[in-house]
Write a protein that binds this ligand. Structure first.
Ligand SMILES: [Zn+2]
Length: 467
């Protein structure tokens, strides 16, 4: 072939292919970087929402009512919307424009969750985001003469109501492994550790009685007996059909309600996940009906669900933003471990005689004067003061630390005020989180007693408020 012919072939066929390919690659790179920008913006907005939620709920010194929770969720949603608008460079008034790409925002709380999503406003015919009614983590079980509804939480607290034979029951309490816990009169031993703190003891005694009752009365219930409360998500529950593992039998050593992968916890998470998925699917499907984009619930990974179903969290979904040839579809979640609603081994901390705040297994913690606390108490709070200045009233706000009087000095045994501002975070365990854990029986006892005592206080407080 002559050289001129080769040149012609190159110009006519190969060059356009190369040009097209490089254009395509450039578009792909643009789409990728756009996708990263959108995801980062969404992450920041969800993070800001959690931060606002955390600050509001921790600042709330008095009430824990449903009304104050709705107020805190709404405030957090506003923060989310303005953060998102800011990230997209849209001014506040055009916030709605960007919110149309948010098919749902989910707040998973201690015993249920909120979905914030668009619904058709009957008067205007336009979509409008609303906070839907709170949905409890509930499920119904029918087996023989048992017909009960169980309300799960993010931890080992449970409420049961319904019929066992001809008796109508309502009971609530914490579950513990009957394999690890023994209660003999005033003697309480958990996993070989004798519990001496009086409030922790009360927690264990109550938990023991409740768990024994659950095991005796409901121990035969299997995963296959689970049914939805309503009719509409019946089909999705068929995935449990034929499952014969007993979920509420706590004499079984394999079923420790504190273990993440116990029969109880796997089932509890499965039920909560199903409820959230079903309701989110329904919310997104109803938004898709009159939209040009088909909003749908993405598949979250198991590790993500594990985080979400054990912590108070916010999940944000963003879908349908055009990006060249593609459409953006992403989600982001942030968990909030600083909260008043639940106590876990990860939400308590310990102060030592050196004035430092530690995790229970930190090698830097000195072994004297150790006191266990709920970690959120070390967060600053905003206090409002109204004073009369030259005949008019002026309100000032300032950030301050808490002082609390209900802590027992471990050395003297007396109750004294405790100033949370006098302690600082230990760098090794609380900041860098890079250390060789030191676990002794004394430390295990401290951890067990602190968690139990705080759960006991939380439960009693809830009872007083009648929640
Ligand atoms: Zn430490």
């Amino acid at each position: 072939m002559r050289l001129q012919n080769l040149t012609v072939i190159f110009i006519i066929i190969i060059l356009p292919v190369i040009l097209l390919f490089s254009m395509y690659t450039k578009t792909q790179i643009d789409v990728l970087s756009l996708q990263e920008t959108y995801t980062a913006t969404l992450n920041v907005a969800v993070y800001d929402a959690v931060k606002a939620f955390k600050t509001n709920t921790l600042n709330d010194l008095t009430s824990k009512s449903a009304q104050s929770m709705i107020r805190d969720v709404n405030a957090s949603i506003n923060t989310f919307a303005s953060s998102l608008a800011l990230g997209f460079g849209v001014d506040g008034q055009n916030q709605d424009y960007i919110m149309q790409y948010i098919p749902a925002l989910v707040y998973t709380l201690y015993d249920g969750y909120y979905i914030y999503s668009p619904v058709i406003n009957q008067t205007t015919g336009e979509y409008e985001h609303i906070l839907k009614p709170y949905i409890y983590y509930t499920v119904r079980y029918q087996r023989g003469n048992i017909d009960v509804v169980i309300n799960y939480t993010l931890d080992n607290y449970l409420t049961v109501y319904g019929n066992i034979g001809s008796e109508y029951v309502t009971k609530a309490g914490y579950l513990e492994s009957l394999d690890l816990l023994t209660v003999n009169g005033d003697n309480v031993v958990y996993d070989g550790i004798t519990i001496t703190d009086s409030e922790a003891k009360e927690y264990y005694k109550n938990a023991y009685n409740f768990t024994q009752w659950v095991t005796d009365e409901l121990g035969e219930i299997t995963e296959g007996d689970a049914k939805p409360i309503g009719d509409w998500d019946q089909e999705s529950y068929s995935q449990f059909a034929g499952h014969t593992q007993q979920i509420l039998n706590f004499e079984n050593a394999e079923n420790n309600p504190r273990e993440d992968n116990s029969i109880f916890n796997s089932h509890r998470k499965g039920i909560i996940k199903l409820s959230i998925q079903n309701n989110l699917n329904a919310a997104m499907a109803s938004y898709s009906r009159n939209s040009s984009y088909n909003f749908r619930m993405p598949v979250l990974q198991d590790t993500e669900w594990d985080q979400i179903l054990s912590n108070i969290s916010v999940i944000g979904f963003m879908q349908g933003i055009p990006m060249g040839l593609k459409v953006y579809n992403g989600y982001s979640y942030v968990v909030n471990t600083m909260n008043k609603e639940m106590v876990t081994e990860n939400t308590v901390c310990f102060t030592d005689a050196n004035g430092k705040i530690h995790k229970y297994d930190c090698p830097q913690m000195v072994e004297s004067g150790i006191i266990g606390h709920k970690q959120y108490l070390f967060e600053k709070i905003q206090v409002e003061r109204t004073e009369e200045v030259n005949g008019s009233y002026e309100t000032t706000r300032e950030w301050t630390y808490r002082t609390q009087s209900d802590y027992q000095n471990p050395t003297t045994g007396t109750y004294e005020p405790f100033d949370y501002g006098n302690y600082e975070l230990c760098y090794y365990c609380m900041v860098s989180n890079n250390y060789e854990p030191v676990i002794t029986n004394t430390r295990r006892k401290l951890l067990l007693e602190t968690v139990a005592r705080e759960k006991y206080r939380l439960y009693n407080k809830s009872n007083e408020l009648n929640i």
